[in-house]
Design a protein around this ligand. Sequence first.
Ligand code: G3P
Length: 217
Amino acid sequence: MKFFIDTANLAQIQEANDLGILDGVTTNPSLMAKEGIKGTEAIAAHYKTICEMVDGPVSAEVLGTTFEGIVEEGKKLAAIHENIVVKVPMIKDGIKAIKWFTDNGILTNCTLVFSAGQAIMAAKAGATFVSPFIGRIDDSSWDGVQLVEQIVNIYNSQGFLTEVLAASIRNPLHIVRCAEVGADVCTCPLNSILGLLKHPLTDNGLAQFLKDAQAMQ
Ligand code: G3P
């Protein structure tokens, strides 16, 4: 399973990248706004900086909702860097645009996916990635990881090549469960990635080893 970081914060991207386990980055308008990025030029410059930091796909989301608007914006985003993946919302015009991008060699990430039916439509349009939002599904007392499993099974049985990118990850257990059910990618906040490292027995064991090591010096 590939690890993407779900942020537009450069310090967090750098910290995850320095671990050597980072395969890509996803952003969305909320994450970009959180960093105070405003205006077309600043947005493009920020995506370029991220692409130069991380050697892997970088999802950049369109802000338009019409077919023409999404295609126009997506072409500009894709021109920023070869690693840009155009992130498109799961709406009717979004699906039409994803098909257009597919036919024109532009990589896409179909976002805001909350059902298997939506995931089938994204795959039929040729999306490179599909993003089920598992944390937001859990928030409404459904099981987000179960949806990831359902999509993985459908794609496998139908031979769809779209990669299942589990998004809206909220904790390390989400990552473990997504790995169990065969997600191709997990995009995670930095804290969830770092949470995978934690175990009190590791901390206790290391403290003891360090103490005993002193006796050998
Ligand atoms: O990038 C989309 C997604 O990961 C959003 O996560 O935590 O806002 O539901 P969250």
